[in-house]
Each structure stands twice: as C-alpha cells, then as structure tokens.
Design a binder for this molecule. Structure first.
Ligand code: SF4
Length: 364
C-alpha cells in the first residue's frame, strides 16, 4: 500500500438514530441479568452486534424465540405493528429503539392508507426497514425498488402517494420519483422528504471529496442500506475505484495515491481509526467538513419510563427486601447493577457518544 493522502468525510459514521439505539441497548445490558433479547440486529454492523453478543444479548428474527418475561429491545430499523404487539405480550420489559425518522414514515403510510390512498413505497426488497414500514398498511402499499419496477405497477386505484425508505441514495430516489410522476402524474409526497438528514449529509460529504481521490473507501456492512448508497454515490461521482470494507483487514494491498474515506451510519468510529492506521498516508489526513450535524434523539420513551419507575421504587423502598418485593419491577432486573447506574443523566445523555459506550463494553 502506498497512500499519499487521505480526505476524510465529515459527517460520517454513527447518526443520531444509531447513537440512540446503541446507548439504549447498553442501558438494557447494564440493567438486566443476561440474556437481553434484541429483535433483529440493533444496527447493521458486525462489530456492534458482536460487542453486544459478548454481553449476553441474543439477537432473534422471530419474537416467538424470546422466553416469556425476558427483556426485549426492538431494533432501530423499525418493526411491524404486530411484532411490537407480540413483544409486549411476552410479559417482559420492551424497549422500541426505532429511529423517530422511520416512525415518521410509518405514520405517513398509516394516515395515507386511512384516507384511501394507494402508496408507492420506494425501498429495498427484504430490508428490515422496508418490511416493518410496509406492514403498517400492507393492503395499501406497493413496493418499487428500481425505476424499471414502475412499469409493472399497472393501473393503481384511488389517489396516489409516494414514500421512501430513509436510507436510499438521492440518485436512486430521484430517478424513481421522475418515473412515477411521468407515469401517474402528480401525487402526494411529504413536505419534508423521507430520505433522512444523516443519509443526505453523509452522501453530500462524500460527494465533496470523491472527485479528489483515486480510490474511495466506504466503511460499513454489506447489509447496511446507507453504506451501500454511499458506494453508489462514489460510483456516480466517477471515482475510479470504490471499495467497501467492514474491517481494516479487508483493505486490498494495492491501494495507491489519494484516498477518500467515509463510513456508513452504523459503522463505529473505532473502525474508521483502524482503517486510517492501515492506510497510513504519507502526507497526512485532511478532514473535509461539509455540514455541521448536531441532531440528537433522546432515549426511547419506554426506557425513560422504565428508569423513572425504577428510580421511584428505589426511592420509596424501606430497605433491600422491601425493594425486591415491589410488584412493578420487571423480571430479570439486576437491582445491584441498576442502583449503581441510577442518578446518571438519562435524558440528556449527549455527553457520551455511542462509540465510547461500545469501547467501554469492549473493555468490560
Ligand atoms: S440513517 Fe437516518 S433513519 Fe436511519 S437510524 Fe440514522 S437517522 Fe434514523
């Protein structure tokens, strides 16, 4: 490897939704005796998933695999309404870590379906976010993945609306929008589009540096939609070589010249650092900041309520036996571990990044 210089995209890596979900699962791990169950990968990144597995989290793709009474976290990609319902019926603590921006699309679909619209949803077939969203109103929704799919929609009934998976690439999205409009005419779309700020910002930051580089390195997993979208952005910018890696060991030996580096919204900063170390550019690393990003999502409502309820019961309990006899405490709660955590700032938890939380989990 003979790298002259690295341009490092900013913003890159963890978005506000991923930050929220990782910190929430870390709370669950720290409060409950293992195992904590998580429906689907909490985010699409192997390092993140493995770090939680090491702490007793069991990832499942079917809620029936969760024993009754066990704590459950639902992933950031959003879950079908019947999955949320089934999880609640298992009798343990349930925390839904769905990103608020995915919830926004669920809501748009629900409202349009109730108003009699047929909704064309642009998303990736089989992706968890698309599955969870379409399950909100399966009778009203039609999935399209590519421009060519629009032709096979045929005649559609009623007024039409157009929604999207949050993590598409802008080019993918605008191609389908043009095709849908030219086929069906004007249709309802949300005033604020569904492609999320993090997707937009990361793609914009990469576009600003991709043309400067001989090679673009995108860090993130193959099953991460926004990571794949970053690769498409780099290809669209005409970069000679685009490489996606999920660890520094996957970097090819023959990288030379100038390299642009970015990371998908579910890739931890420790991976970026590892990749930069291996690239080891002769003339240094230049961080190119394209946008300031300070979005923050607080912990999921169920987690805040759970912590508040535990705090109240600890406060009112006469002694340890009295506390353990409280009927409202969830099963599997580890009182000793939980006591030591309470009193930390729970709602305004901006001070600690999810990357730091992961590093701490790795050193436990
Ligand atoms: S990529 Fe966007 S929609 Fe997905 S978790 Fe992050 S902020 Fe939310």
């Amino acid at each position: 490897m003979d790298v002259d210089k690295v341009y490092l995209a900013e913003p890159r890596g963890f978005c506000a939704g991923v930050e929220m979900a990782i910190k929430a699962l870390a709370w669950m791990v720290n409060m409950f005796d293992p195992p904590v169950y998580c429906y689907h990968e909490i985010v699409h990144n192997q390092i993140v998933v493995d770090r939680f597995k090491d702490h007793g989290v069991i990832f499942v793709d079917d809620i029936d695999q969760v024993p009754l009474g066990s704590p459950i976290m639902l992933s950031a990609h959003g879950s079908a309404p019947e999955v949320v319902e089934m999880a609640r019926k298992r009798g343990g603590a349930v925390v839904n870590a769905v990103c608020p921006l995915v919830t926004k699309v669920h809501h748009e679909l629900k409202v349009r379906a109730q108003k009699g619209y047929t909704v064309i949803y642009v998303g990736h077939n089989g992706h968890e976010e698309a599955i969870g969203t379409m399950a909100v109103a399966p009778q009203a929704v039609r999935l399209v993945e590519y421009e060519e799919d629009v032709d096979s929609l045929g005649q559609l009934d009623g007024p039409l609306a157009l929604l999207a998976q949050t993590t598409l690439s802008h080019d993918e999205w605008s191609g389908v929008v043009d095709k849908v409009k030219s086929t069906f005419g004007e249709l309802w779309m949300p005033t604020r589009g569904d492609l999320c700020f993090a997707t937009t910002n990361r793609q914009g930051a990469l576009k600003a540096i991709a043309h400067l580089a001989d090679t673009v390195v995108v860090i993130g997993s193959a099953n991460s939609s926004n990571t794949v979208a970053l690769g498409k952005v780099a290809n669209g910018a005409g970069t000679k070589r685009v490489i996606r890696v999920n660890s520094s060991q996957e970097l090819p030996e023959d990288i030379v010249g100038t390299v642009a580096v970015t990371a998908g919204a579910s890739a931890p900063e420790e991976l970026v650092e590892e990749v930069l170390k291996v690239l080891s550019p002769k003339h240094g690393i230049e961080v190119v900041r394209n946008t300031d990003e300070d979005e923050y999502f607080p912990p999921p409502r169920e987690l805040r309520e759970l912590i508040k309820s535990i705090e109240d019961q600890i406060f009112h309990a006469q002694d340890r036996d009295d506390l353990q006899a409280q009927p409202h405490l969830p099963p599997q709660l580890n009182l000793e571990k939980t006591r030591s955590l309470l009193g930390r700032p729970q709602v305004d938890d901006r001070q600690k990044s999810a990357s730091d939380v992961l590093v701490e989990l790795g050193t436990d």
